[in-house]
Ligand binder design. Structure first.
Ligand SMILES: [Zn+2]
Length: 317
C-alpha cells in the first residue's frame, strides 16, 4: 500500500486477557449471579481496528460487575490484531480472510480451514449463548460514526435505544458472506436476540476511541449491565444527537479485479440527487446511482472483486 495513513491511536496490550475464564482464548465472562440477559462486547473483529480493543481494555480495568445477567468481553481476531503495525496499518485486518464474512452456517459447518473459520468455530458455542451483542469496528474513510442495525425493525429499535451514534444504517450485509451481527438469532426477526455493529470513525483517528467507549457505555446501560451514574461519569460526550435512519437497498458488488475507480473523494453519507449519476468505474463499467436522493454508505477504496464497493441507501425517518 503506497498511500500513507496517519495513525493517532496506539494498540493496547491485550495479552493479560488471553487466558480469560471461558475456555476460549481472549474471551472473559462476568456473571452477576442474577437473572438477566447475556450481553457481549466484541472488539477487533478486524485486527487493524484499534478503537474497540482500547474501549474493552479500558472496561476491564474499571473492574466493573454486571448488575444482572452476564457480561462477556472478547477480542475476536486477536491474531490479526497482534500483527498490527503503524508502518502498514491496513495489513492486519485479518490473517487469511475476513472473519466477519464467515458466519453463515454452511461455512461454519463446512471444511474450509483458515485462521478465521477456526476462530469463528471456536467462538460459536459462546456466541450461541449471547442474547445481545455489540461488535465494535472502524472505517477506512473519515466517515461519520454509524451503527449497522441489520435489515429488521428489531435492530433499528435497538440502535435507537442505545441512542448513539447519530446515523443508523439498516442493511442486509454483503455478498461475500455473513457477518457475526447477522448470525443465528441476531438475524432472525422472530428471535429476542439482538446485535449492533458500530463503526466508530476512521480506523486510527483519536475520535474513534471516544466514540467506541461512549457507544459501549450507552449500550451497557441500555442492557441493564451498568449503572447510569457510572456511564455518565465516563462518557467522553454526553450529547444525544437526533438519530437518522438510512435504509440500504443493496451493495454494489465489484466485478473487476481492482477496487472501484471513484469519480470523487466520497467518504460516506454523500447524497446524490439524480438517479443514474456516474459515481465511479468498475473496470471500464460505469457505476451509477439507482434512484434519486441516493445516500452513499461506506465507500471502499481498497477491496476488489466480490466485495462491496459501496452500499446505496435512503433516509427513512
Ligand atoms: Zn471492521
Amino acid at each position: 500500500m503506497s498511500q500513507a495513513y496517519k495513525v493517532d491511536l496506539a494498540p493496547v496490550d491485550i495479552e493479560p486477557y488471553r487466558a480469560g475464564n471461558t475456555g476460549i482464548p481472549f474471551v472473559t465472562t462476568f456473571d452477576s449471579g442474577a437473572d438477566g440477559p447475556h450481553v457481549m462486547v466484541m472488539a477487533v473483529t478486524h485486527g487493524n481496528e484499534l478503537c474497540g480493543a482500547i474501549a474493552v481494555e479500558w472496561l476491564f480495568k474499571q473492574e466493573i460487575k454486571p448488575k444482572k445477567g452476564k457480561l462477556t468481553l472478547g477480542f475476536s481476531n486477536w491474531r490479526a490484531y497482534q500483527n498490527f503495525s503503524a508502518a502498514d496499518p491496513l495489513a492486519s485486518r485479518f490473517v487469511d480472510e475476513d472473519i466477519n464474512r464467515v458466519w453463515d452456517e454452511e461455512t461454519l459447518d463446512g471444511d474450509r480451514m483458515t485462521v478465521e473459520t477456526e476462530r469463528a468455530r471456536e467462538l460459536r458455542p459462546l456466541i450461541d449463548e449471547v442474547d445481545l451483542l455489540l461488535d465494535i469496528h472502524s472505517m477506512t474513510t473519515f466517515c461519520e460514526p454509524l451503527s449497522l442495525s441489520g435489515p429488521h425493525q428489531k435492530g433499528r429499535d435497538f440502535a435507537r435505544a442505545v441512542s448513539i451514534p447519530k446515523y443508523v444504517v439498516s442493511d442486509e450485509g454483503h455478498a461475500a458472506g455473513k457477518r457475526m451481527r447477522d448470525y443465528g438469532g441476531f438475524g432472525d426477526p422472530a428471535s429476542a436476540k439482538n446485535a449492533l455493529l458500530v463503526e466508530c470513525g476512521q480506523h486510527w483517528e483519536k475520535r474513534s476511541e471516544q466514540v467506541a467507549r461512549d457507544v459501549m457505555l450507552r449500550y451497557l446501560s441500555h442492557c441493564g449491565v451498568l449503572d447510569e451514574d457510572f456511564v455518565q461519569e465516563n462518557l467522553w460526550n454526553t450529547a444525544k444527537p437526533e438519530q437518522k435512519v438510512i435504509e440500504v437497498s443493496g451493495p454494489y458488488t465489484i466485478t473487476a479485479d481492482q477496487p472501484l475507480s471513484w469519480k470523487d473523494e466520497y467518504i460516506g453519507f454523500e447524497m446524490i440527487k439524480k438517479a443514474g449519476t456516474v459515481i465511479g468505474f468498475d473496470g471500464d463499467k460505469e457505476v451509477t446511482t439507482p434512484y434519486d436522493n441516493c445516500v452513499l454508505i461506506m465507500p471502499n477504496r481498497i477491496k476488489g472483486k466480490g466485495h462491496s464497493a459501496v452500499r446505496f441507501g435512503r433516509y427513512v425517518d
